[in-house]
Every structure is written in structure tokens, then in C-alpha cells.
Design a protein around this ligand. Structure first.
Ligand code: MN3
Length: 202
């Protein structure tokens, strides 16, 4: 069973007013994400040991194996983008009560959480991701990973939010201004209701 590109959970122009234009979503979803899925399916077809495994199982099976890095990168990016599309909302930015209480309890304040997330997202050198996770001890934490890696591969806990900081994610909308892209995400695009649902299902 081949892996498939999931449809966006909103229209291509749904996020334009919140800072992510139609062309960004068309290229990012239809070209970049599709390319990861196509490459991953090619590897699975060629490697019997990967066949029948779930996406999570593939990521965990090949992580840390230099010879399998192309498999890891494409599987990781498929996993990351499935999460990412659910992380965005045309009416994002509002933090529901249970999540806000947990953020205040674990970071001290919403502003501190946002400052830590922004620091992680802007200090990730080159391509990668910033994350809000529920760490293995049950506390919220901000992390970052390089390229196609993610908290699943690195044992950082359950993901509540993940922000793509590859240039393809923001260059059309924000040019070289990654900090502005991150701030806009936290204040206008982030789907904190999805994050709260992840927290409650943990
Ligand atoms: Mn991307």
C-alpha cells in the first residue's frame, strides 16, 4: 500500500489573509510534499525490508543509519508535513483554555512560550523544524530538529505543534524574514485547538 499525499484540510486560498498565500500552499503541498511522498514510495518499492511498515515504523527503523538517510529524510518530511497542514488555521492564534493553563504552568506565561518557540525557530541553522511537544516527563517543551527529522525520531515526546522553517515554507510570503514568519504563525496561523486536542489525547 503506497503512501499518499493527504488533501489540505482547507482551500488553497484559505490562509492568505492570515499570511500564507495560495501560491505558497500550491507549491508547498502539491510540489514539495508530493515529492517526499513519491520518493518515499520509490524507496519502499525497492526495499523489501520496508514493505508493510507504517510511516512511524519506517522512521524508527532507519533513523541513525547513514546508508538509509534518504529514506529517513523523505519519510520524516512526509510525517512532518501531515502534521503541519493540520497545524494551520485561517482563524488561528487563539489559545483555548486547557492548553493555555498548561502553557502557563510549564513555561510561566504565553509570552515566554512564544519567545522560546521563536528562538528555536529562528536559531535552527538552515532547514528544519521547531516544535511544541509534551515531553516524556509530561511537561510542555519547545524543541527544534534539522532537515527531515522530528520529535518521533529523536524521542522528544508527543507533538502538539510543528513549524516548517525550510525557506520553501515562507519565502514567497516573507522573503528572508524568518522571524516575521514565525511571529505571524504564532499569532495568526497556529491551530492551537489542534494542539489542545493532541494534548488531551496524550
Ligand atoms: Mn516543507
Amino acid at each position: 500500500m503506497a503512501f499518499e499525499l493527504p488533501a489540505l484540510p482547507y482551500s488553497y486560498n484559505a490562509l492568505a489573509r492570515a499570511g500564507m498565500c495560495q501560491e505558497t500552499l500550491e507549491l508547498h503541498h502539491d510540489k514539495h510534499h508530493q515529492a517526499y511522498v513519491t520518493a518515499l514510495n520509490g524507496f519502499v518499492e525497492a526495499k523489501p525490508e520496508l514493505q508493510g511498515k507504517s510511516l512511524d515504523e519506517i522512521i524508527l527503523a532507519v533513523k541513525g543509519d547513514a546508508a538509509q538517510a534518504p529514506v529517513f529524510n523523505n519519510a520524516g518530511q512526509h510525517w512532518n508535513h501531515i502534521l503541519f497542514w493540520q497545524n494551520l488555521s485561517a482563524t488561528g492564534g487563539a489559545i483555548p483554555t486547557a492548553l493555555e493553563e498548561k502553557i502557563v504552568s510549564d513555561f510561566g506565561s504565553v509570552d515566554t512560550f512564544k519567545a522560546e518557540f521563536k528562538k528555536a525557530a529562528t536559531s535552527q541553522f538552515g532547514s528544519g523544524w521547531a516544535w511544541l511537544v509534551l515531553d516524556p516527563s509530561g511537561k510542555l517543551a519547545v524543541t527544534k530538529t534539522a532537515n527531515g527529522s522530528n520529535p518521533l525520531a529523536e524521542g522528544q515526546g508527543k507533538v502538539l505543534l510543528g513549524l516548517d522553517v525550510w525557506e520553501h515554507a515562507y519565502y514567497l510570503d516573507f522573503r528572508n524574514r524568518r522571524p516575521d514568519y514565525v511571529t505571524n504563525y504564532l499569532d495568526k496561523l497556529a491551530n492551537y485547538e489542534f494542539a489542545e486536542a493532541q494534548l488531551k489525547s496524550a
